[in-house]
Write a protein that binds this ligand. Structure first.
Ligand code: NAD
Length: 523
């Protein structure tokens, strides 16, 4: 059988996590299909690039209009396939994408246009230089299930507005949402070859890395990110890696307990704790510790867990059984080492297959997995600290560095502390919502990743920087060309003095010594 007609025998299923029902099954795209998609993207990309930024922005504007019109359908589909409450699908997925489109519509032209590079060196004054931003060509995107719409859409929009074609390999758990994104983009006028979705599993993703794409934007776990970095290294494929987090929240002694506790439970439980930016560790000043944990436990017990389609629901199901087992294993380890469960701590089997009660833990420490590994579930572990230095040390005692938050009524103190925390983003008096600030760069340090998405820096990842320099005196030989010799050397010494000597007299002497350079004969 030739590779062209080989078909993949692996299948994946899209399942409603609240009910366990299969929504649709897909055959994974095999190597040949992945390569064919990338070839089609290549063939179409140069015309797309030549279309110009303004024309591509007008397609983006149409996409934004369509998405706004279809917002409820899109949000409902996200809830059915990923489980999150409908209103969260609207705010953290649809709104994030609408606003990211707004950012690009308003700024992409300015950010992508050529940039003059003035020359400071006297020897280079006859030249004019500029930075040119060129698309990479075909950008591969591999995305996770937890934000199945906003993650691939924000990345794809900036890739495409910059003139790239995109081939998206969505999570095997959320193919339907990715196909809906594809439909919207095509309806808005994006050529079919410029945005293509290839449903599949990890092997499909691996095939995409091997397919000859020019850059990869990967979002997912640290474990997969490391495999991808290794595969990419073999091809010297540039990658952006948006990986996991174990975000700390620091509640200082002057914080408002009522406000910060509400922030803690939202930050820990939004999307059932399955956000890369979830509050996964909470450190509270000892003077506030007992009241803080008590209020968090009371508020956690009030949260309504259920099917995200119900508008009263605040916490939906986890994505699948494996995720629940991970949460249970972290809980078991923490409790066996002395953690106190103040709320939750159990599955909610009566609601459906994948529900877990919002859980608040006290008496935790850094020996426990719950404070070291990404839990990715509705768990808020809270630990006491004695002073700001200890809080910073605890926050930084992690292999991760995605985001963090500091809670205080003194913004100056909060900002100062934010600078001491090793993370890609630090918010003062909020968490998680930075993902919805389209101007803000998103990305981590340490094991949380490499590179940035969103905003200006996210757009810069989608282009190759080319430097173009043009000499304004094409008929003149440059003074630094051959021939060398004693006279030329003296002139150049003088030239260095003219430019860089500290005293005026020495600089003037340098001017006199170097003046003869223009009379010298060049080969
Ligand atoms: P995952 O790593 O299991 O999968 C992510 C994607 O990689 C999926 O599409 C998967 O099919 C693909 N994949 C798996 N193996 C592959 C391989 N060998 N080669 C190529 N592709 C492969 O992650 P997940 O469970 O889908 O998502 C949850 C993780 O993502 C969490 O760790 C979370 O913190 C992280 N995440 C990070 C961000 C961020 O912006 N930093 C955002 C969302 C999620």
């Amino acid at each position: 059988m030739s590779t062209e007609v080989q078909i993949s025998l692996r299948t994946i299923a899209s399942i409603n996590p609240a009910k366990g029902e299969i929504l649709r099954e897909f055959q994974c795209a095999g190597e040949a299909e992945v390569h064919a998609a990338v070839d089609r993207a290549y063939a179409a990309q140069s015309e797309w690039s030549q279309l110009g930024v303004r024309r591509r922005i007008s397609i983006l504007r149409e996409f934004q209009r369509l998405l706004q019109e279809k917002k409820s359908d899109v949000a409902r589909l996200i809830t059915r396939e990923a489980g999150k409450p409908y209103v969260e699908a609207l705010l953290t997925e649809v709104m994030v994408v609408l606003d990211a489109a707004r950012f690009l519509i308003e700024n992409a032209y300015r950010l992508l246009r050529d940039e003059p590079v003035p020359h400071g060196n006297l020897a280079m004054k006859t030249k004019a230089g500029r930075i040119v931003r060129e698309p990479h060509g075909v950008i591969g995107i591999i995305s996770p299930w937890n934000y199945p719409f906003s993650i691939p859409a924000t990345e794809a929009m900036s890739a495409m507005v910059a003139g790239n074609a995109v081939v998206l390999k969505p999570s095997e758990f959320t193919s339907l949402v990715a196909l809906e994104l594809e439909k919207l983009l095509h309806t808005a006028g994006t050529p079919k070859e410029i945005f293509q979705v290839i449903p599949g599993d990890g092997a499909t993703g691996a095939a995409l890395i091997d397919s000859g794409i020019n850059k990869l934007i990967f979002t997912g776990s640290v474990a997969t990110g490391k495999k991808i970095a290794q595969a990419a290294a073999g091809r010297l494929l540039p990658v952006v890696l948006e990986l996991g987090g174990k975000d700390p929240m620091i509640v200082l002694d002057d914080a408002d307990v009522e406000v910060a506790s509400s922030g803690a439970i939202w930050g820990a439980f939004v999307n059932a704790g399955q956000a890369c930016l979830s509050v996964e560790r909470c450190y509270v000043h000892r003077s506030l510790y007992e009241p803080f944990v008590a209020v968090c436990a009371r508020k956690a017990k009030q949260l309504r867990v259920g099917d995200g389609m119900n508008q009263e629901t605040e916490i939906g199901p986890l994505i699948h059984e494996r995720q629940l087992r991970n949460v249970e294993a972290h809980l078991e380890d923490a409790v066996s080492r002395g953690a106190r469960v103040l709320a939750g701590g159990t599955r909610l089997r009566g609601l459906g297959p994948n529900f877990y009660a919002p859980t608040v833990l006290a008496n935790v420490n850094h020996e426990m997995r719950i404070m070291r590994e990404e839990t990715f579930g509705p768990v808020l572990p809270i630990m006491a600290f004695d002073d700001d230095d200890e809080a910073v040390r605890l926050a930084n005692d992690s292999e991760y560095g995605l985001a963090a938050s500091v809670w205080t009524q003194d913004r100056t103190r909060g900002d100062a502390l934010a600078r001491r925390i090793h993370a890609g983003t630090v918010m003062v008096n909020d968490s998680v919502s930075c993902f919805g600030i389209s101007e803000a760069p998103h990305g981590g340090v340490k094991a949380s990743g490499i590179g940035r998405t969103h905003g200006r820096f996210g757009l810069e990842e989608m282009v190759r920087i080319k430097y173009v320099d043009s000499d304004r005196m094409p008929g003149v030989k440059k003074i630094w060309w051959y021939a060398y010799g004693a006279a030329f050397t003296r002139q150049m010494e003088g030239f260095l003095d003219l430019q860089f000597a500290r005293g005026l007299r020495q600089r003037l002497r340098g001017l006199v010594r170097s003046a003869g350079v223009f009379r010298g004969k060049k080969l």
